[in-house]
Design a protein around this ligand. Structure first.
Ligand SMILES: Nc1nc2c(ncn2[C@@H]2O[C@H](COP(=O)(O)OP(=O)(O)OP(=O)(O)O)[C@@H](O)[C@H]2O)c(=O)[nH]1
Length: 319
């Protein structure tokens, strides 16, 4: 077993040719994939929430280094599909796995390996050619004994399924421990080649999709468990406000928040519209940070009946 810690000698990759390629993080919902992507990229690109399955779109974060360009594809979690949307999400995950240069399997340090992890690991075992790195996340939440046991269990899991992890790396994205080391270990697994994206690019997600994700994230915060799967956000229009002085631009953004049932409207909007207002304020700040320009955000809540089950609606909402 080759478990890595920060005290390891720096990798030799700086001497080698430039490398560029794709990595994706897989793992159960809430395993810490989005947080890790953000920590590696150093700016908020993937949404995180204290609820499972909030990452719906494939968001790429790009790590630019002297020696390499590491493009991170953040996929939704694989899960038991109950709706058409669930099936499509699983398809997106599998397609992504087959295309990347390295897969990072995220397992939280503070949770025992369960049936959900085994399900994913078994699927990973089927993808023979792609190197698989086990990433033990949230190490700040456990003591060293628990961490050691988890590392052994993960090594064992690989053996049981007939493959060996290219690396096993414990990290804490929140505690900023070993995040850099993880990047150092992923880079040598990428093919040699020039940068694939211009320097400065953090993601190739269309801006409107990222803005919609920021709004959805704010809308999800603090609402009941059953709601996450029922919210979709579509940015309908983005236009610079006319008649503004050049040094005081304002961008008008109109977005619709779709829910499945009229009964959900009250939850989203809140008493006297208070909750929706907070959602607007919170997401506007993040959108302004993302775009670097003042924004006027206009949010509307609409009912798209049973959109998760209706192929036509799914397409309209961007799935
Ligand atoms: N203490 C601690 N918490 C973490 C760490 N990484 C992630 N978390 C928390 O774990 C929860 C889930 O993290 P996410 O990054 O959203 O997980 P995910 O795997 O992307 O989840 P899905 O989008 O549901 O697939 C959030 O509340 C994070 O703040 C970590 O290193 N330490």
């Amino acid at each position: 077993m080759s478990v890595r810690s920060q005290s390891t000698e720096p990798s030799e990759s700086s001497k080698d040719a430039h490398r560029a390629g794709f990595a994706c993080f897989v793992g159960r919902p809430n395993a810490g994939k989005s947080t890790l992507t953000n920590a590696l990229v150093g700016q908020k690109v993937a949404i995180t929430a204290n609820q499972p399955q909030t990452t719906r779109h494939t968001v790429r974060g790009i790590v630019h280094r002297e020696d390499a360009q590491l493009i991170l594809v953040d996929t939704p979690g694989l899960h038991k599909p109950r709706t058409l949307l669930g099936e499509r999400l699983n398809d997106v995950v599998r397609t992504t796995w087959a295309e990347v240069d390295v897969i990072g399997f995220c397992l939280p340090a503070n949770e025992k390996i369960g049936p959900g992890d085994r399900f994913i690991a078994k699927e990973l075992a089927g993808i023979r050619k792609t190197p698989k790195v086990a990433v033990v996340t949230k190490t700040d939440l456990v003591d060293s004994k628990t961490l050691a046991e988890q590392l052994i269990a993960i090594d064992q899991l690989g053996r049981e399924l007939g493959f060996e992890w290219a690396e096993i790396v414990p990290v804490s994205a929140v505690g900023d421990q070993q995040v850099q080391l993880l990047a150092d270990l992923l880079v040598p697994l990428l093919p040699e080649g020039p940068a694939l994206y211009p320097e400065g690019d953090l993601t190739d997600e269309p801006e409107q999709v990222m803005i919609a994700e920021l709004i959805r994230e704010a809308a999800l915060e603090g609402v009941r468990d059953e709601l996450p799967h029922s919210i979709a956000v579509v940015v309908e229009e983005m236009l610079p406000r006319e008649d503004r002085p050049a040094d005081k631009p304002l961008l008008d953004i109109h977005a619709n928040l779709f829910i499945e049932r009229p009964s959900q409207k009250g939850i989203i909007i809140g008493p006297q519209g208070k909750r929706l207002k907070e959602v607007g304020i919170k997401s506007r700040k993040q959108i302004e940070a993302l775009l670097g320009t003042p924004v006027f955000l206009d949010l509307h809540v609409k009912v798209a009946k049973d959109w998760q089950r209706d192929p036509k609606q799914l397409r309209r909402l961007g799935f």
